[in-house]
Design a protein around this ligand. Structure first.
Ligand SMILES: Cc1cc2nc3c(=O)[nH]c(=O)nc-3n(C[C@H](O)[C@H](O)[C@H](O)COP(=O)(O)OP(=O)(O)OC[C@H]3O[C@@H](n4cnc5c(N)ncnc54)[C@H](O)[C@@H]3O)c2cc1C
Length: 393
């Protein structure tokens, strides 16, 4: 059987659903194929930044999103404790949420379906279909079925099989973080803050990363940690063991389960988080990359859901515009959009990513940040012109 669409989206995570939803607003025929059956899990801290909330609101999901556990601030331990509010920007939410990924991603995929996209679950892409010129013309599913499309949006996550099959090279390849998380009950109130722990030591080295404790509501929390791969010994770190050590530094009165108990309950999962545009330019003839497959994660914080949503919406819009005005050989409009949105920030972020991998630099940076006078000066400079003690998380 061969089906034909304007757009085939591979991957029904936040990036893919946002792209499909956006393309449907312009009337394109869209299919989303995902290898999983939803609701499906995705290792994540489950934290939705204010920016992520704003994209969900733009997609018409304001009410549904407000059902998740709301957070109003970020509490940082460096190791001294200080707080940041979400930035107050005109027309933007000043709060975030913590949302379990099976629930969030199912909500988004159903939203794309309600907008008219055809959703095919348990449909694994084996690779892209190519014409004689090397242009992507569709997707081959495992089992042999072909899905033809004028353009393919690769929203297939951190390990992007589409990207790997095309053997894409990029100057920014290799920038990534390793992150691990577990969900568990805790004897503590359901707070309204995202808690970030900056002091992460491995064999005496301060790591370029952080630990987190995010409240899910109903007495449950998501605890995890992540570190970027510019630290020379990152491969020597046993992430599960390291998470266990982190859990032991948290208050005893929370009565957290041990790492052994968590492993038995299968909630402990690690995953890669590409960042800083690992596929650049973000398109090739017939195909656009979005979300983790683009390496859209923010290099300084690892926030990926808002970036998946933003790049997904942009990919959906730019793909349809390019197809209507020139065809599938040139998606420069998408590269321009991504460059304008994050180009400068991600250039700085990649520099910072490399720098922070040096434990001496990381230790000095943390010491400075722990100093209230220096911190206030830095934040005032960074967020000049924005209201409140703002910080873009
Ligand atoms: C441990 C951890 C914690 C994190 N915490 C946060 C956080 O708190 N806040 C935040 O903003 N970001 C966080 N991130 C980043 C965030 O999870 C990702 O950036 C985000 O999920 C990217 O969305 P996506 O749609 O690009 O990819 P994904 O959500 O990974 O979706 C990709 C989809 O593609 C499908 N797929 C893959 N291969 C195929 C195939 N061959 N055929 C068909 N379908 C396929 C998968 O089934 C999946 O549904 C975290 C990441 C990690 C690893």
């Amino acid at each position: 059987m061969v089906q034909r669409f304007d757009l085939a989206v591979v991957g029904g995570g936040p990036a893919g659903s946002a792209a499909a939803w956006q393309a449907r607003q312009a009337g394109a025929s869209v299919v989303v194929v995902d290898k999983a059956e939803f609701p499906r899990d995705k290792p994540c801290g489950d934290g939705l930044t204010a920016r992520a909330v704003s994209y969900l609101q733009r997609m018409g999901l304001a009410e549904q999103v407000s059902q998740f556990h709301r957070v109003n601030r970020v509490k940082v331990f460096s190791p001294s404790e200080w707080e940041l509010s979400f930035p107050r920007r005109p027309g933007m939410p000043d709060h975030g949420y913590v949302a379990r990924r099976p629930e969030l991603d199912t909500l988004l995929l159903k939203h794309a379906e309600a907008a008219g996209a055809e959703i095919r679950q348990s449909a694994e892409a084996a690779g892209p279909l190519l014409d004689d010129t090397g242009r992507v013309t569709g997707v081959l599913l495992k089992g042999g079925e072909k899905v033809l499309a004028d353009a393919v949006i690769a929203a297939d996550g951190a390990y992007s099989p589409i990207k790997r099959a095309l053997k894409l090279d990029s100057d920014y390849n290799g920038y990534s973080a390793i992150a691990i998380r577990a969900e568990m009950p805790a004897v503590r109130p359901d707070v309204d803050s995202l808690d970030i722990y900056l002091k992460l030591l491995f064999q005496g080295d301060q790591l370029p990363g952080y630990g987190w404790v995010f409240p899910l509501g109903d007495g449950r929390i998501n605890i995890g940690l992540g570190y970027v791969n510019s630290y020379k010994n990152w491969q020597a770190i046993n992430a599960t063991h390291f998470l266990g050590e982190f859990l032991e530094t948290l208050p005893r009165e929370w009565e957290l389960p041990s790492i052994t108990e968590l492993k038995q309950s299968k909630t402990v999962r690690a995953w890669r988080l590409p960042m800083g545009f690992t596929a650049w330019p973000p398109w090739r003839p017939g195909v656009l990359f979005t979300g983790d497959s683009l390496g859209a994660g923010r290099p300084t914080s690892g926030a990926g859901i808002s970036k998946a949503l933003e790049s997904g919406l942009a990919a959906g819009e730019c793909a349809v515009a390019a197809l209507a005005n020139g065809g599938p050989d040139d998606f420069t409009n998408y590269a321009q959009r991504m460059e304008a949105a994050w180009g400068q920030e991600y250039r700085r972020g990649r520099f910072f990513h490399k720098l922070a991998g040096n434990p001496t630099v990381a230790k000095t940076g943390l010491k400075l940040l722990d100093n209230a006078r220096f911190r206030n000066m830095l934040l005032t400079r960074l967020y000049k012109g924005q209201e409140g003690p703002a910080h873009r998380f």
